[in-house]
Write a protein that binds this ligand. Structure first.
Ligand SMILES: N[C@@H](CCC(=O)N[C@@H](CS)C(=O)NCC(=O)O)C(=O)O
Length: 239
């Protein structure tokens, strides 16, 4: 019997939920995409529905799974996009952990995690600090990870994917980074998206040439974005 799958996340961008969504879409697994306002998040959190008090979470029938990598891994198994070979599975986990590291570092340019009144909370950085951190992210941190992704594809003699001879959840994770960090994306200048930084320090746009040294990653992005179910998803869910 098919499972009832619901993805819960904030309503202000693709964020940490998008990999799970891409995996479900690519694998043609039906799911409900619930995008919550901040007050809806608070009522879920205060109602004890969020294992680590954070979003995203995945609900599978009556069970809630938190943590973006765990959710995406579950979805990948459901969608048959998780490698069956143990070594390939480990390598795919390695890529997806790097996906999360990069997202943590990217979001860390916008928010700081501090303790306040005995609680672990997120606070917004100043716009000036956001821009300084984003510059370092795009010039130093991103290349160090993207060089490795490009090398992993070069090492795979059987296909233009990262790990196996077909698309796995690891490819979708790298695709998600290419899409989120795309210097030509409209979200950098869209003030309804959480990345937007207002004048005088913003709008911030990444250097246009950040992907120029990664032809294999660009080719992978083209292949995935032209897959019919992903193309349809992206055009109906631009942010
Ligand atoms: N390690 C978690 C991090 C989740 C996370 O940081 N969620 C943020 C939104 S992107 C959140 O719920 N923040 C609200 C809060 O912590 O108060 C994951 O990968 O899912």
């Amino acid at each position: 019997m098919s499972k009832n799958v619901i993805v819960f996340y904030f309503n202000d961008g693709k964020g940490r939920a998008e990999l799970t969504r891409l995996v479900l879409v690519y694998g043609q697994i039906p799911f409900s995409d619930q995008r919550l306002s901040f007050s809806e998040y608070l009522s879920m959190r205060d109602g004890g529905k969020l294992p680590f008090q954070q979003l995203p979470v995945l609900m599978v029938d009556d069970q809630i799974i938190g943590q973006s990598c765990a959710m995406a891994r579950y979805a990948a198994k459901l969608a048959d996009l998780y490698p069956s070979n143990d070594i390939e599975a480990g390598l795919s986990d390695m890529v997806v952990d790097a996906w999360r590291d990069l997202l943590d570092l990217f979001y860390g340019c916008y928010v700081d995690r501090v303790t306040k009144e005995g609680k672990f909370v997120m606070t917004m950085r100043s716009d000036q600090e956001k821009v300084e951190k984003l510059d370092e992210f795009f010039k130093v941190i991103l290349p160090s990870h993207f060089d490795t992704f490009e090398q992993i594809i070069s090492n795979n003699k059987s296909s233009s994917s990262l790990i196996t001879d077909s698309i796995t959840w690891a490819d979708l994770a790298v695709f998600d980074l290419l899409d989120t960090l795309d210097p030509y994306a409209s979200h950098w200048t869209d003030d309804s998206v959480s990345f937007y930084i207002k004048e005088p320090f913003g709008p911030y746009e990444p250097p246009k040439d950040i992907f120029k040294n990664y032809p294999k990653l660009e080719a992978l992005k083209t292949i995935i974005s032209q897959t019919p179910q992903i193309a349809a998803w992206l055009s109906s869910h631009p942010s």
